[in-house]
Design a protein around this ligand. Structure first.
Ligand code: BES
Ligand code: ZN
Ligand code: ZN
Length: 491
């Protein structure tokens, strides 16, 4: 259940809360609607992005000023945060309207801004209340986005709605405790979704996985009582001009295996299927968004546990494409399951592969909690995904895949080893994945940091963020127009 957002040509009568943008500058700049700038200044309101102040309004309604920063810097990202702030300010009220779009400079991207406002508001209203005896859900029944050109903007609202549902599905899956979301539960949830929205779905169980030679996935699964699954989802519209494969790490719990994590390190490891959840969430929105792109999603799903049959440091696994891997640290399990997922993706002969994974602590050290690491073997595709991530408000920063470091994953006994030493951990993980994509243009997003948030922040709510869903959808929707068969490789 997400917050319904609608467009209105003017402020509807009788709204409980009207949110009005106020820009920062030498003096505050209000956008009409009864905002008394002097009163705000007297209260110490500075107009910072997302800052709010409630003023008495006409009638029963209240007026909330929301800061949007310097007027000339207002863009989709600013308005996304402003909308989220308004929802928090109006949490216990029934109806909210906002004129934030009026703060967008004339040369701003109105379509993107409309989506950003709708998404920011709905995502800030998200709560995972399943296990709360006394939840405090958002009481808002709807948000009216005031825009003179309401009619023309309607399709963008539809797109935002589908996107938000995809993000919320991903958040729900990630927030669900590992004890109630085993690999087969995850597969069941993906199947139900696929049937509901009209995607193709195939669930590969542990027996089929053995037949297919998914040695990486099966190896990680050995230490768990729970059988593994490989989830395959397909969106195949008629007349597709491009094929994109998505691969998401689906470790439903990462204890580290025999290379066991510390108690502190294990906290939050139910989040280790965040990449898989992003793939499932993004796929769920495709039938509604209807891009002319074929999209195939793969989620190798297993627990990483230290059971009696668990893989031991020094064991060698044989992956789907025949590459053998010496497992020297069982906690570097993500790359083992992704090896099989990527190899299967390559077999579909896609034009591009994007994988998402909560892969390395090293990436958090490098880029922190809000920025994903972005690596790949094709400059154009890296830039395409980087731009999509930026437009989506999910920043990703390019990191290199230096060939000089490739030797760090050479093994004494097998083709590769699964750890690359202390330095450049995010990069050696990326170099490992690169071994499984052949010549296919590929991008890897390390989302270890951004998959969770420690606080409510703009569209993010403490807990799962659903990061990746918006980026993937932005990419697939953007790719539509760019997909003229220049390379001649599309089928
Ligand atoms: N799932 C973890 C990475 C992770 C750490 C995600 C913290 C989110 C927060 C991954 O499986 C892991 O344990 N990676 C190891 C790799 C190392 C053993 C080479 C790491 O980053 O320490
Ligand atoms: Zn691990
Ligand atoms: Zn992991």
């Amino acid at each position: 259940m997400t917050l319904p957002v609608s467009l209105a040509p003017e402020v509807p009568d009788g709204v409980d809360v009207l949110g009005v943008p106020v820009a920062k500058g030498p003096v505050l700049v209000g956008h009409g609607h009864g905002i008394e700038v002097g009163q705000l200044e007297a209260r110490g309101f500075e107009g910072k992005v997302g800052e709010t102040a409630t003023l008495a309004g006409e009638g029963a309604g209240s007026l909330v000023a929301v800061g949007v920063g310097p007027a000339e810097e207002v863009d989709a990202d600013v308005l996304r945060r402003a909308a989220a702030a308004l929802v928090r300010a109006a949490w216990k009220r029934r109806s909210l309207a906002t004129t934030v779009l009026e703060a967008l400079p004339p040369d701003g991207d109105r379509a993107l801004a409309t989506r950003a406002v709708a998404e920011g508001a709905a995502l800030a209203a998200y709560r995972f209340t399943r296990y709360k005896s006394d939840p405090d859900p958002c009481r808002l029944e709807g948000l009216s986005l005031v825009a003179a050109d309401a009619d023309g903007l309607a399709p963008h609202l539809d797109r935002a709605r589908a996107t938000v549902e995809g993000v919320c599905l991903a958040r729900d899956l990630v927030n669900e405790p590992a004890g109630s979301l085993s690999p087969s539960d995850l597969a069941d949830r993906a199947s139900e979704m696929a049937q509901r929205v009209g995607l193709g779905v195939e669930i590969i169980d542990e027996i089929e996985a053995a037949n297919l030679g998914l040695g990486g996935l099966l190896g990680v699964a050995q230490g768990s009582e729970q059988p593994c699954r490989l989830i395959k989802l397909t969106y195949d519209p008629p007349g597709a001009t491009r094929t994109v494969a998505l691969v998401g790490k689906g470790i439903t719990f990462d204890s580290g295996g025999l290379s066991i994590k510390t108690a502190e390190g294990m906290m939050g490891m139910k989040t280790d299927m965040g990449g898989g959840a992003a793939v499932i969430g993004a796929m769920s929105a495709l039938p509604a968004l209807a891009p002319s792109v074929k999209v195939i999603g793969f989620v190798p799903a297993t627990e990483n546990m230290p059971g009696g049959r668990a893989i031991k440091p020094g064991d060698v696994l044989k992956t789907r494409n025949g590459t053998t891997v010496e497992v020297l640290n069982t906690d570097a399990e993500g790359r083992l399951v992704l090896a099989d997922g990527l190899a299967l993706a390559v077999e579909e002969q896609p034009d591009a592969i994007v994988d998402l994974a909560t892969l390395t602590g090293a990436c958090i050290v490098a880029l922190g909690a809000r920025i994903s690491g972005l690596m790949g073997n094709d400059g154009d595709l890296v830039e395409e995904v980087r731009t999509a991530a930026e437009r989506a408000g999910e920043p990703a920063w390019p990191l290199p895949l230096p060939q000089e470091y490739r030797k760090q994953i050479d093994s004494e006994v097998a083709d590769l080893k699964n750890i690359g030493g202390r330095s450049a951990g995010a990069l050696t993980a990326g170099l490992f994945l690169q071994e499984f994509v052949g010549e296919v243009p590929w991008v890897h997003l390390d989302i270890a940091g951004p998959s969770r948030s420690d606080d409510d922040d703009g569209p993010l709510v403490k807990g799962a963020t659903g990061v990746g869903v918006r980026t993937l959808l932005e990419m697939v929707m953007g790719a539509e127009g760019l997909s003229a068969p220049v390379s001649g490789q599309s089928t």
